[in-house]
Write a protein that binds this ligand. Structure first.
Ligand code: ZN
Length: 374
């Protein structure tokens, strides 16, 4: 998962934004101030136009936030253990403690967001109509008009039956109930998602290059975002589904090539890096794990010093982030590896090295299990 920037917590759910969010927010404000409001309300002065653009963009963000919170609050009521949401400008990704276990839960969680957007659109439309009838055009009326429209657009967009959009989640739940196969249901629903993403990108490019309308860039951006999340969420479901319940002891390799902490660096290069062609090795004292040495650290030491140094001088000393335990969950171990950037992590019982888990092994296991359909 890409890194986010923590904002605040609501109902025990940590809200963060992706770094790209700031860029997109700027783009939304700019496109509102430079094109949308001047076209619809040409009489506003420049200051007013920019002011309502900032307000409208922030309220768009609040609308998206409320939509995503609705999913999360319903999800938590149904026991999904959602601890946080990372928001993008058009939507968010909830950090689920676990995937919905049955189609009915999935439908309830998926429906909460569109229901919220529908209510928001209705609320803003009503306010807009009342205020417009009372006072005609005003900056507030302009903001309300934008908000009811954008919430209606969010509603329609999210109802498209392509996973991971809400409509796609409902489609997945229906297929899941019909076939009893969550993986197949997810694959079909995310293919719809990717198809829709492709269509958006194509429409956007047509707008930009054939009709010379720069607004098409939004379709391209949203399409690209959707394409990525469709692929990513499918893989996530696959990994969780296939590997769920597997402990590290069942997926690790017990034959570990480890390096004694007293070996000289020149021997380490000759007898380990050249011989086994791994990028890193666990470093041990007897059977006790003390660190991990990797090729990049050795490379930074001038060659003439290799004979007088040992792994202890260059290794990453062992810490909680660098080790796994036999009883750890494999999916969580994989998340830990992805977060820390290591391709493999040693497994310890107490401080004794008992195995190693590599990302490649987990992926290979995943592939075999998927191929066999187990
Ligand atoms: Zn949603």
């Amino acid at each position: 998962m890409r890194r986010g920037f923590d904002l605040f917590s609501v109902a025990g759910i940590k809200i963060s934004v992706n770094y790209t969010w700031f860029i997109i927010l700027g783009l939304v404000i700019w496109s509102l101030a430079a094109s949308h409001f001047p076209e619809v309300y040409p009489d506003f002065d420049t200051f007013t136009t920019w002011l309502i653009s900032v307000v409208a963009a922030l309220l768009l963000f609040v609308s998206v936030l409320l939509h995503e919170l609705s999913h999360s609050i319903v999800g938590n009521r149904l026991g999904l253990g959602i601890r946080g949401i990372t928001l993008f400008i058009f939507g968010g990704i909830a950090h689920l403690g676990k995937e919905p276990e049955d189609p009915a839960t999935e439908v309830k969680v998926a429906a909460a967001g569109p229901v919220c957007s529908l209510l928001l659109a209705a609320l803003f439309l009503a306010l807009y109509l009342i205020l417009f009838a009372a006072q005609g055009d005003s900056p507030l009326v302009a903001v309300l008009q934008y908000l009811w429209f954008i919430n209606a657009a969010l509603l329609v967009f999210n109802l498209v039956p392509g996973f991971p959009l809400d409509g796609g989640r409902v489609l997945r739940a229906i297929l899941w109930k019909k076939t009893g196969d969550v993986r197949r249901a997810t694959r079909i629903a995310s293919n719809f998602g990717k198809g829709f993403a492709f269509l958006l990108i194509l429409l956007g490019l047509l707008q930009v290059f054939i009709f010379r309308n720069l607004g098409g860039i939004w379709f391209v951006l949203i399409g690209m975002f959707l394409q990525q999340t469709a692929e990513g969420s499918y893989r996530q479901v696959l990994v969780r589904n296939v590997l769920s319940g597997l402990k590290v002891r069942e997926t690790m390799t017990t034959e570990v090539v480890s390096v004694d902490s007293s070996v000289r660096l020149d021997e380490l290069v000759e007898s380990y890096f050249f011989k086994y062609r791994f990028n890193s090795f666990p470093v041990v004292e007897g059977s006790k794990l003390v660190g991990i040495v990797d090729i990049h650290q050795v490379k930074q030491i001038p060659r003439e010093q290799w004979a007088s140094m040992t792994p202890k001088d260059v290794m990453h000393p062992i810490s909680e982030e660098l080790v796994l335990r036999p009883d750890d969950d494999t999916v969580e171990a994989l998340t830990k590896m992805l977060k820390s950037g290591w391709g493999k992590l040693p497994v310890v019982a107490g401080d004794r090295l008992v195995g190693i888990l590599t990302r490649r092994d987990v992926m290979a296991l995943l592939k075999i299990k998927t191929d066999l359909g187990t």
